[in-house]
Design a protein around this ligand. Structure first.
Ligand code: HEC
Length: 142
């Protein structure tokens, strides 16, 4: 009898610990994700390239190859690989992203953070600005 009580108590305790751990980890999986701020100087970065008719098409091509797996084809942060990450990929339709300067978005693409890889050495500056233009374009569409 006493043995059973101890067993029952330890099962309850154990379940409690597991549930507590589980809920603190999943009730808001992004609670620990601090807003990502680019340094102030990044706001002064401006694209030296003129937007050409091809800019968006090139941005889209890069985005589809390198970014859509996490950020989703339409940039809602809902790509297949993104769902598996503890850290949620940014949604480019979010006002937090839209309110940022182009330079800040450029800096983030180059620098990366956590699961967001740094693309500094992957792309030329021109390609990164094409991506910025495409992210802006996505942010304007539904
Ligand atoms: C492996 C998944 C992954 C890939 C691939 C990826 N990202 Fe991200 N991205 C993330 C995650 C996760 C965050 C959120 C990082 C954070 O807040 O710390 C993020 C954040 C961002 C942000 C910052 C938004 C903001 O203001 O907070 C930009 C811009 C961005 N990604 C652009 C891109 C571009 C452009 C590409 C492709 C060249 C790309 N990402 C590829 C996972 C990814």
């Amino acid at each position: 009898m006493i043995k059973n009580k101890i067993l029952a108590a330890s099962i309850i305790l154990f379940t409690g610990i597991v549930l507590a751990g589980f809920s603190s980890g999943t009730s808001n999986p992004h609670a620990g994700q601090d807003p990502w701020k680019a340094p102030a100087w990044a706001d002064t970065l401006k694209s030296p390239y003129h937007e050409e008719p091809l800019t968006l098409a090139q941005g889209e091509e890069l985005f589809t190859l390198y970014c859509a797996t996490c950020h989703g084809d339409a940039g809602y942060g809902d790509g297949a690989a993104g769902g598996a990450l503890g850290q949620k990929p940014a949604n480019f339709h979010d006002t937090l992203v839209k309110a940022q300067s182009d330079g800040s978005v450029f800096w983030k693409i180059a620098t990366g953070r956590g699961n967001m890889p740094p693309f500094k050495d992957v792309f030329t500056d021109e390609q990164k600005w094409q991506l910025v233009a495409y992210i802006r374009h996505l942010g304007k569409t539904e």
